[in-house]
Design a protein around this ligand. Structure first.
Ligand SMILES: Nc1nc2c(c(=O)[nH]1)N[C@H]1C(S)=C(S)[C@@H](COP(=O)(O)OP(=O)(O)OC[C@H]3O[C@@H](n4cnc5c(=O)[nH]c(N)nc54)[C@H](O)[C@@H]3O)O[C@H]1N2
Ligand SMILES: Nc1nc2c(c(=O)[nH]1)N[C@H]1C(S)=C(S)[C@@H](COP(=O)(O)OP(=O)(O)OC[C@H]3O[C@@H](n4cnc5c(=O)[nH]c(N)nc54)[C@H](O)[C@@H]3O)O[C@H]1N2
Ligand code: SF4
Ligand SMILES: [Mo]
Length: 675
């Protein structure tokens, strides 16, 4: 290929713990290959398998990407569109939104968004537009991790100031509880955990590769982790591993839970969680001798009592004093604010003229079925027709002729199929932005490596143009990318500007590992760690965590888990031919015992069903899955599946105890052979 060869250094902005460094090879101004950056501390020259394929496949394929604005010419859901100009599209959207905002009011305009891209500007700037418009936000975290956020807020006053992963060098133990790094943080699995000097304990019903590689694997029945945490604390107390000085100085509420803890011995723990008593004892001993790190996974809290689970697990660092020193702490997510980024600056909630009234993703199907409550839906950075609960009901609601639907995406997804107007988004390879890993305390440059496909535009530019089309005048709606990037770099304290960051790719914002809660002050009402919380009680919740375990499924049902797939990124990549080939037909993994009892063999089809829906999947018999549990990964595209549905057709959308969030790992199903 003619032209000089260039290397552009950039960063992967997917919703992933790793935030890998990327090198794009460019010839004659065109990106020809996307590779891992050998100098990046996380990726060390290799992207994950899925991105290595998708960034050299569907992401750069002009025949698959949406290249122009489109308008619908067939029935909703069919996906028949014709190209239109940006001007026609923006005028049409502006006219409809202006009319709805005037009558019945902007609250009838809903917007759904999540982390299709996690880059700072493309992931957040559009919220300025929606705040100015006064639209109803479908609270993004309710599809993912809100129960954990609310729970940790009660206990520690924050859920987004986790440990600095670099402090693993000082830890004698790392507990990974309800996360699967081998899939969701592949480089943390391959390098960070492997190189950590401490013992690794994994708590997960599934024996995934991280669990199999651990020093100790606890396999509780899903939804029983609250009880498991109490049993571990029982052993810590019995064996004198409780740090009473630390508790006296920093914790309130221990005396309320201590009598409960006393009754939760390992034999009881074994009975309610399925984890052998000896294994509970061993985990407590290793953790209690610390210093210890505790990684609370997002999968862990997608349970009906997920908030309680998090409050129970959050007792561990508090009662052992595993905080405020090297090698100690807990981690859920490391947020932007941790680095000094001002979320209000990014999103401008001050542009809102009336108080926000967000709704939960669990309520979206109902709200969209309600003609009075919803007149328009704008979905960006999200494929809600694939990822949301009550899939059948949601899709039915999306066929409403009088629901004006606009979808912004790179690809023709299940959600774009229901749109009246589709707007083409540029991919991360096509514009500058910043990436703040939610694991490592870094800041990275996302650098433009090629021109956008067709007429695609970055999210932020699309919403600037929409703001203009609606006649909005607030300057925040028009701030340029260079201005935004400069301000954000200023906030994180990076000197030298974007060009300097782009040259380096990723920088650590602190030279040495940051000590979590170094000053042992907490943003709770008391300023201490609140195992018992008056605020929780005022919100109608128990004052303190409970040693709860969900009831086991009855009537022959199995508990269906649908966590991340190693080959898909949420609802992205299913349309990449090489990935589709690799993952094969949608499957469900069953323990050999269950498979035998159900009369199912490997490779056979089975129908999964419950009150919400039904779905045929290919059976895989696997020792990774314990008896009583079925495993079917998320992320398939309904329209590419044989029945036009994915696993969310089985998800009733039951809300968690806290934060109105998803309890998708509590779905129960009957499994029967298909005739
Ligand atoms: N059964 C089941 N369902 C689940 C889960 C589960 O565990 N089980 N997990 C839930 C969780 S944790 C999450 S986070 C959600 C995620 O679900 P989604 O948010 O729906 O999935 P994503 O694949 O992250 O992103 C959706 C879309 O963003 C698009 N996109 C990528 N980059 C850009 C961009 O720059 N601009 C625009 N406009 N679009 C872009 C992609 O093409 C993709 O279509 O799914 C939830 N659903
Ligand atoms: N390859 C890949 N990587 C991803 C994603 C992806 O789709 N694909 N999605 C990204 C997103 S949006 C997110 S939120 C993260 C999520 O990443 P994680 O935090 O790893 O969460 P999940 O993949 O939902 O589930 C992790 C584990 O939780 C376990 N689990 C489920 N219920 C319970 C329970 O009751 N108790 C315990 N102890 N464990 C339980 C599941 O068996 C699973 O192994 O991953 C991100 N990374
Ligand atoms: S999805 Fe995660 S593992 Fe894959 S390239 Fe992106 S940051 Fe790395
Ligand atoms: Mo997520």
């Amino acid at each position: 290929m003619p032209g000089a060869k260039e290397h552009i250094r950039t960063t992967c902005p997917r919703d992933c713990y790793d935030a890998c460094g990327i090198v794009v090879i460019r010839r004659g101004g065109k990106a020809t290959k996307v590779l891992g950056d050998p100098e990046h501390p996380v990726s060390r020259g290799a992207l994950c398998g899925k991105c290595a394929l998708a960034y050299n496949g569907v992401f750069r394929d002009p025949t698959t990407r949406i290249a122009t604005p489109l308008h619908r010419v067939g029935p909703k859901g069919e996906g028949s569109f014709e190209p239109i100009s940006w001007e026609t599209a923006l005028t049409a959207v502006a006219e409809r939104l202006t009319n709805i905002a005037a009558d019945p009011g902007p609250e009838a305009i809903l917007h759904t968004h999540y982390t299709g891209t996690c880059s700072l500007i493309a992931g957040s700037f559009a919220e300025r537009f929606f705040n100015r418009l006064g639209a109803t936000e479908v609270e993004p975290d309710t599809i993912c991790n809100n129960a954990g956020h609310v729970a940790l807020g009660y206990v520690y006053g924050t859920s987004t100031d986790g440990f600095d992963p670099r402090t693993a060098r000082d830890a004698r133990c790392i507990v990974v509880w309800g996360a699967n790094p081998s899939t969701s943080a592949p480089h943390a699995h391959k390098h960070w955990l492997k190189e950590a000097p401490g013992k690794i304990i994994v708590v997960d019903p599934i024996r995934h590769p991280t669990a199999a590689a651990a020093d100790l694997h606890l396999q509780p029945f899903p939804g029983s982790d609250g009880a498991l945490a109490f049993a571990i604390v029982h052993v810590l107390r019995r064996d004198g591993l409780i740090n009473r000085d630390f508790i006296a100085a920093n914790v309130i509420g221990w005396e309320e839970v201590e009598p409960v803890v006393e009754g939760c011995d390992p034999a009881w723990g074994e009975e309610v969680t399925g984890v052998p008593a000896a294994v509970i004892e061993e985990a407590a001993r290793i953790y209690g001798h610390g210093p210890s790190l505790l990684w609370l996974g997002q999968g862990l809290q997608r349970q009906p009592m997920g908030g309680n689970v998090f409050r129970a697990c959050a007792m561990l660092p508090a009662v052992t004093g595993n905080l405020g020193k090297p090698g100690a702490g807990f981690y859920y997510l490391n947020g932007d604010a941790r680095r000094g980024i001002d979320g209000d600056y990014l999103r401008a909630p001050g542009l809102r003229r009336r108080p926000a009234q967000p709704i939960s993703h669990m309520d979206l199907p109902d709200r969209l079925a309600d003609r009075e409550g919803s007149r328009a839906l704008i979905s960006w950075n999200m494929n809600v027709a694939a990822s949301g609960p009550q899939q059948r009901r949601l899709r039915e609601a999306l066929t409403r002729e009088d629901l004006f639907t606009v979808v912004v995406d790179l690809f023709g997804t299940d959600t774009t199929d229901f749109a009246d107007i589709v707007l083409p988004a540029a991919s991360f390879l096509e514009f500058d932005d910043l990436v703040a890993s939610y694991f490592n305390l870094t800041i990275s440059a996302q650098v433009k490596a090629s021109e956008p496909i067709g007429e695609a535009l970055p999210n932020q530019e699309i919403f600037r143009r929409l703001a203009h089309a609606l006649g909005f005048t607030e300057p925040e709606l028009y701030e340029s990318d260079p201005e935004l990037i400069a301000t954000l770099l200023d906030q994180v304290g990076f000197e030298g500007g974007f060009a300097a960051l782009a040259e380096r790719g990723t920088v650590d914002l602190w030279p040495e590992p940051v000590i979590q809660f170094a000053d042992l002050t907490f943003a709770t009402p008391s300023g201490r760690i609140e195992i018992a919380s008056q605020r929780a009680a005022e919100d109608g919740l128990p004052r303190a965590p409970l040693p709860h375990a969900d009831a086991r499924p009855s009537g022959g049902r199995l508990r269906l888990l649908s966590p991340a797939s190693p080959w898909l990124m949420n609802d992205s990549y299913a349309n990449d031919a090489r990935i589709a080939e690799r993952i094969g037909p949608a499957s469900v993994a069953l323990n050999p015992e269950d498979a035998a009892e159900l009369g199912l063999a490997d490779g056979q089809d089975a129908r999964l069903s419950n009150e919400t829906g039904s779905l045929v999947l290919r059976v895989m018999v696997s020792e990774e899955v314990p008896p009583g549990v079925a495993l079917a990964h998320k992320g398939r595209w309904p329209k590419r599946e044989r029945e036009g549905a994915n696993v969310n057709t089985l998800n009733p959308g039951v809300k968690t105890d806290m934060g109105e969030s998803t309890s998708v790992h509590a779905v129960e199903v009957l499994v029967v052979p298909t005739p």
